[in-house]
Design a protein around this ligand. Structure first.
Ligand code: ATP
Ligand code: MG
Ligand code: FE
Length: 344
C-alpha cells in the first residue's frame, strides 16, 4: 500500500510517504530553533509552526516521492501522545486530506510508530520482539507481538525519560537545547570512566520490584551535585568527561535492561526507537553486548529515530497491509494516548 503519514506531536512537522516497507519521501520541518532560547518546546509556538509548515511540507513530500496525492491508499496521522494543540493541527490536516481524497484515515500511536519505522530500513519487524522506546517523553520496554494490534508494557521510567535526562544535563553543562545531540558530540572527546555516576534501579533490592523499569532523576541530581562540588573547589568543570560519564551511565542501564527483558522472554530480537536511539554510544554498546548473547539488535538510522512522518506512514502501511479497520473520520487527538492503544 501507498501511505502518506503526518506527524505533529511535538516540534517536528513530518510528512512521509511509504510504499509497503519502502521509504519514498521523508520531509521534516522543525521549529526547534524557535524553542531553543526558551530551553524547551513551547506548545503555542509549536502549534503555529505546524500550521505554517503543513502545506509546504506535504508538497515537498509529494515532490520527493513523485506521487500525486490521489494515488495514496490511505492517510496515517499521529493521534497521540503529544502536545494537544500540535496534534490537532496534524489530525485536522489528515481529516481534510482523507475527506477530500476519499481515502481511509488511520490515527496511530506516536510511540508505536517509533518502533514500526525500523522496517523501512531493515525490512519486516521481527515479531515477537522486545522494543525499547527511548525518547524525549518516554522510556519503556515493550513486548511486541503484533505492532498493529498493541504492545505489552514490560517496564518504564518511574521519573524522567532518558531524553529528558540528556536535555537537563546539557543545560547543567551550558550546552544548549536539545541536549542529546550535543552531549553525544561532546562525549567523544571525554572519558566515560572518568566519573562513576549511579546506575538507577540496578541494585539487587530495586531489581525485585523494578527489574525492567528505569530511573534517571537521581542520576541528573548526582551530576548536578558533582558539578557544584567542582565549582566550589574553584577547579574547572571537565565538561567532556562529565558528558561522557553521564552518557555511559544512561546507556549502560538501557542496554542491560533491554537485554535482560529479551532474555527473560526468550526473545532474540530487540528493536530500539525514539530520539535517544540516535545516540552513537547506545548503538555501539547495544550491538556489542547483544552479540555476546546471540541477540540481534535493530536500530534505525539516526534521522529515522527522531520525530518524522515516515514513521507514521510505516505504521499506517502496516495497518493497511494487515487489514486493520480504519479510524472514524471524527477521530480525536489524544494528548495522553497510552502506549497500549496503537490505533485511535
Ligand atoms: P516522545 O516521542 O516521547 O513523544 P519526543 O517526540 O519529543 O518525545 P523524540 O523526538 O523522539 O522525542 O526525541 C527527542 C529526544 O531525543 C530529546 O530529548 C533529545 O535530546 C534526544 N536525542 C536526540 N538525539 C540524541 C542523541 N544523539 N543522543 C541522546 N539523545 C538524543
Ligand atoms: Mg523534536
Ligand atoms: Fe517522538
Amino acid at each position: 500500500p501507498l501511505v502518506l503519514g503526518i506527524e505533529t506531536s511535538c516540534d517536528e512537522t513530518g510528512i512521509g510517504v511509504v510504499r509497503g516497507h519502502t521509504l519514498l519521501a521523508d520531509a521534516v520541518a522543525s521549529s526547534v530553533e524557535e524553542h531553543a532560547r526558551f530551553g524547551g518546546v513551547v506548545p503555542e509556538v509549536a502549534s503555529r509552526a505546524h500550521l505554517e509548515a503543513m502545506v509546504p511540507t506535504i508538497e515537498r513530500a509529494c515532490q520527493e516521492s513523485g506521487i500525486k496525492l490521489h494515488d495514496v491508499d490511505a492517510i496515517a496521522v499521529t493521534s497521540g501522545p503529544g502536545l494537544a494543540g500540535a496534534l490537532l493541527v496534524g489530525v485536522a490536516a489528515a481529516k481534510a486530506l482523507a475527506l477530500g481524497l476519499d481515502k481511509p484515515i488511520y490515527g496511530v500511536n506516536h510511540l508505536a510508530s517509533h518502533v514500526a519505522v525500523d522496517q523501512l530500513q531493515h525490512g519486516p519487524l521481527p515479531e515477537p520482539c522486545v522494543a525499547m522506546l527511548v525518547s524525549g517523553g518516554h522510556s519503556s520496554l515493550l513486548k511486541v507481538t503484533d505492532i498493529t494490534v498493541g504492545v505489552d508494557p514490560m517496564g518504564a521510567t518511574i521519573d524522567d525519560a532518558a531524553g529528558e535526562a540528556f536535555d537537563k544535563v546539557a543545560r547543567l553543562l551550558g550546552l544548549g537545547f536539545p541536549g542529546g545531540p550535543v552531549i553525544d558530540r561532546t562525549a567523544t572527546s571525554g572519558s566515560s570512566i572518568a566519573i562513576d555516576f549511579p546506575r538507577g534501579l540496578t541494585a539487587r533490592r530495586d531489581l525485585e520490584r523494578h527489574r525492567f523499569d528505569f530511573s534517571f532523576s537521581g542520576l541528573k541530581t548526582a551530576v548536578a551535585r558533582w558539578i557544584e562540588a567542582k565549582e566550589r573547589s574553584g577547579e574547572p568543570v571537565p565538561v567532556a568527561d562529565v558528558a561522557a560519564s553521564f552518557q555511559e551511565a544512561v546507556v549502560d542501564v538501557l542496554v542491560r535492561k533491554a537485554l535482560d527483558a529479551a532474555s527473560s522472554e526468550g526473545i532474540e530480537d530487540i528493536v530500539i526507537g525514539g530520539g535517544v536511539a540516535a545516540n552513537s554510544r547506545l548503538r555501539v554498546l547495544a550491538e556489542e553486548r547483544a552479540a555476546k548473547l546471540g541477540i540481534l539488535v535493530r536500530v534505525p538510522r539516526p534521522g529515522l529515530c527522531t520525530d518524522n512522518g515516515a514513521m507514521v506512514a510505516a505504521l499506517g502501511s502496516e495497518m493497511v497491509a494487515r487489514g486493520r479497520t480504519p479510524s472514524a473520520l471524527d477521530l480525536p487527538a489524544d494528548s495522553s494516548q497510552p502506549v497500549t492503544s496503537v490505533l485511535a
